[in-house]
Design a protein around this ligand. Structure first.
Ligand SMILES: NC(=O)c1ccc[n+]([C@@H]2O[C@H](COP(=O)([O-])OP(=O)(O)OC[C@H]3O[C@@H](n4cnc5c(N)ncnc54)[C@H](OP(=O)(O)O)[C@@H]3O)[C@@H](O)[C@H]2O)c1
Length: 322
């Protein structure tokens, strides 16, 4: 069994643990929090035998093979570096780091210490995404020229939450842009990207709503809107010359629909219990093969996504200073 240590009691933890349990090749060995009371409560909630009141104790536990890092975005670099320095394999939640220099340093350190390192990006492992890729490759809706993605999660956080603190990696773009970018990398086999975009900031200075465009291979335009203040219809739509494909909740979707211009429709269902199990099975396969990086969520893809997001934030920073 592959033994996981869970770093923090983040809200996402329960869903990741459900994926580990469903995978059957993994078990959750321990959970750590900044306070022992929170760690104990989470251990009881998720039925985990061991818990620690500091992250350091988790890094030092020799029974743990893999550390899962879902801390606040701005601390991923620090926490991943610490785990790698303790020779653990590491899965880091998206966005991997806030800068591409940090991302490169982590992949270098992982290689040096012979540890597996991957950004957690469940979207590219979902059966729905695999079906979508097949449909695109088979040209089922004809030539695709435009793709639109929308994700809105209004009212989830107050302005004093870290999701509204840019220095902690808060903001709409940090929050969800990698879903769009890494989905496109996967579906279109590493296209050439040009990025542009704009945002509206809230009083804390972070982007509350943003829209960015990816021009792919000079042929396809992708428009992606992420809003923390607007209840958008959460979906991705791929427009081809024979019809269009709609994928609701594209980052965790379990179904998709095709609408052909001749009036025909087609529906695909991919029911799952945990949307994380596919990603976790892939991690186990990589570990079994003693790989240090994933052949799907590659360091190159993570580095590129990190760089594109960083580029836009730099642009928005300069715009503010004008
Ligand atoms: N893949 C996905 O589907 C998915 C979905 C949602 C979120 N995420 C990612 O998962 C990560 C966590 O997101 P979340 O929404 O679950 O976050 P969250 O509930 O706010 O949890 C973040 C955790 O970070 C720890 N932490 C350490 N230092 C902190 C600080 N200074 N301030 C606040 N918390 C601190 C806390 O754990 P302790 O107090 O226990 O130490 C806290 O529980 C993010 O990177 C996010 O992008 C991924």
């Amino acid at each position: 069994m592959i033994r996981y240590g869970i770093l923090s009691t983040a809200s996402i933890v329960g869903r990741f643990i459900a994926g580990i349990k469903e995978s059957q090749a993994g078990e959750v060995y321990a959970i750590a929090s900044r306070t022992v009371a929170k760690a104990k409560e989470a251990a009881l909630q998720y039925d985990i035998k061991n818990y620690y009141g500091s992250y350091e104790e988790l890094y030092e536990d020799e029974n743990i093979d893999v550390i899962y890092i879902p801390t606040v975005n701005g601390l991923h670099y620090r926490d991943c570096q610490n785990a790698l320095l303790h020779h653990k394999h590491v899965i880091v939640e998206k966005p991997f780091t806030l800068t591409s220099i940090e991302a490169q340093k982590l992949f270098d350190l992982a290689k040096q210490n012979q540890c597996f390192l991957m950004e957690a990006q469940k979207c590219v492992f979902l059966p729905t995404t695999l079906q979508l890729k097949k449909l695109i490759e088979q040209n089922v809706i004809g030539d695709i020229r435009y793709i639109e993605l929308k994700a809105g999660f209004p009212g989830r956080f107050d302005y004093d939450h870290w999701m509204y603190d840019l220095s902690m990696g808060g903001g709409a773009l940090y929050g969800s842009a990698t879903y769009t970018i890494e989905l496109m990398q996967f579906l279109f086999d590493n296209p050439h990207f040009q990025i542009d975009g704009s945002c509206i900031k809230c009083p804390t200075g972070s982007d509350e709503i943003c829209n960015f465009q990816l021009k792919m291979n000079h042929q396809i335009l992708v428009s992606s809107t992420i809003a923390m203040n607007v209840p958008l219809k959460n979906e991705a739509v791929f427009y081809g010359d024979k019809g269009y494909i709609v994928i609701p909740n594209y980052w965790k979707s379990n179904h998709l629909d095709i609408y052909f211009h001749n009036g025909e429709t087609k529906h695909y269902d991919f029911p799952y219990q945990s949307e994380f199990v596919y990603e976790i099975n892939h991690i186990h396969e990589c570990l079994k093969q003693q790989l240090l990086t994933s052949p799907i969520m590659t360091p190159a893809r993570t580095m590129e996504a990190t760089h594109l997001v960083e580029t836009l934030y730099q642009k928005w920073q300069e715009d503010t200073n004008e």
